[in-house]
Design a protein around this ligand. Structure first.
Ligand code: NAP
Length: 323
């Protein structure tokens, strides 16, 4: 498809102002699509404008908890992408309201306008999970596929990139605290995926390169335990810290208090999530429902993370000792 032909394709991106959102906007702008970013505060989405040409990216107001605003944002779109998600509940931002009913509202609007849909969920989505986050994600997927059976669902593992919430958070914690907690002993396994690779997968799905109605699982090239990831963070920021295993039960009690911080360090629901590995399933590997299956070679954490974690080193970007 040429850049010129894509300019007639309107893509509405819900959650386009977020961490993954800005990478998706950039990937689609490069491929020449016309982009409508649906966000709660369009006045705060100015950072997206330089990612495209003049007039290519347009921000409109929408809150997925209000179906009329969702329908207005999806009007006449050829493709609708849902990137809306929350990590903890606050006020009216509940997991069910945002990740189940919000996803359903977007899918119903896509169906009403005959738009194709790409929906981002999360690895670990499971209706039977003890985590409310994971249950609401699974129910969101189900509602999306009921309304738009051809929707492409993408489930990433934890994503990394300059503005990520994972490596930056633990590097920041290591700067302040002499101890890093290993919840449940730090045995939970992750498959961190580069946000740029997830964005490429979404852009490929928009371009029709993914299987309609399929659920893809997005993981990086390596599986690492939480302990290994903490060791990697400490080595990268050149700091020595005690890694302290904490049983799940104790972490849950701590989380009861930590959840009330303005941006919670840990919630009881996140402790539940940590009880399960967050990796690509054997079935997805076998059936090619992966980055590799889409022809994308996953980027390693070593290739990207040091390029933004250096600011947590004592000496910043400079070497501690020179010859
Ligand atoms: N980051 C990860 O490691 C990771 C891992 C697995 C899955 N995911 C999933 O990937 C997707 C994108 O994640 P992300 O890291 O980019 O999250 P993010 O940076 O927090 O972005 C989430 C987006 O959702 C929007 N949003 C929240 N509530 C909304 C509402 N009621 N109505 C409309 N928009 C709303 C936010 O806009 P506001 O500015 O208005 O709040 C923001 O643009 C989410 O579905 C997430 O669950 C992320």
């Amino acid at each position: 498809m040429t850049l010129q032909s894509n300019i007639d394709t309107l893509v509405t991106i819900f959650g386009g102002s977020g961490f993954l959102g800005r990478h998706v906007v950039r990937a689609l702008a490069k491929r020449g699509y016309r982009i409508r970013v649906a966000v709660r505060r369009p006045d705060l989405a100015g950072h997206l404008q330089p990612l495209g040409r003049v007039g290519q990216i347009h921000a409109v107001q929408a809150n997925v908890r209000y179906s009329r605003s969702v329908a207005a944002a999806a009007r006449d779109a050829d493709v609708v992408i849902n990137l809306v998600g929350i990590l903890f509940e606050r006020g009216r931002q509940r997991f069910d309201a945002v990740q189940t009913f919000g996803a359903e509202a977007i899918a119903l609007a896509a169906a009403a306008y005959g738009a194709r849909m790409v929906h981002v969920s999360a690895l670990g989505a499971d209706e039977a999970s003890s985590s409310h986050y994971a249950r609401s994600k699974a129910m969101g997927e189900k509602a999306v596929l009921a309304a738009v059976p051809s929707a492409i669902v993408l489930r990433p593992s934890v994503m990394f990139g300059p503005e990520d919430d994972f490596f930056n958070r633990f590097a920041a914690l290591a700067r302040l605290s002499p101890v890093l907690p290993l919840i449940g002993g730090g045995h939970t396994r992750f498959q961190p995926v580069f946000v740029g690779d997830a964005a490429t997968a979404i852009a490929d799905a928009v371009e029709g390169k993914a299987r309609a109605g399929a659920t893809y699982e997005l993981g990086g090239p390596e599986v690492r335990s939480f302990r290994q990831l903490m060791e990697f963070v400490l080595a990268t920021i050149e700091r020595r810290r005690l890694l302290a295993p904490i049983p799940f039960a104790l972490a849950r009690i701590q989380a009861q208090f930590l959840q009330y911080l303005p941006t919670p360090l840990l919630t009881p629901d996140q402790v539940e999530l940590l009880k399960h590995d967050n990796i690509v399933s054997a079935a997805a590997e076998r059936e090619g429902r992966t980055l590799k299956g889409l022809g994308i070679r996953p980027t390693a954490v070593e290739a990207i993370v040091p390029s933004y974690l250096w600011r947590f080193r004592k000496t910043g970007q400079f070497r501690g000792r020179v010859a």
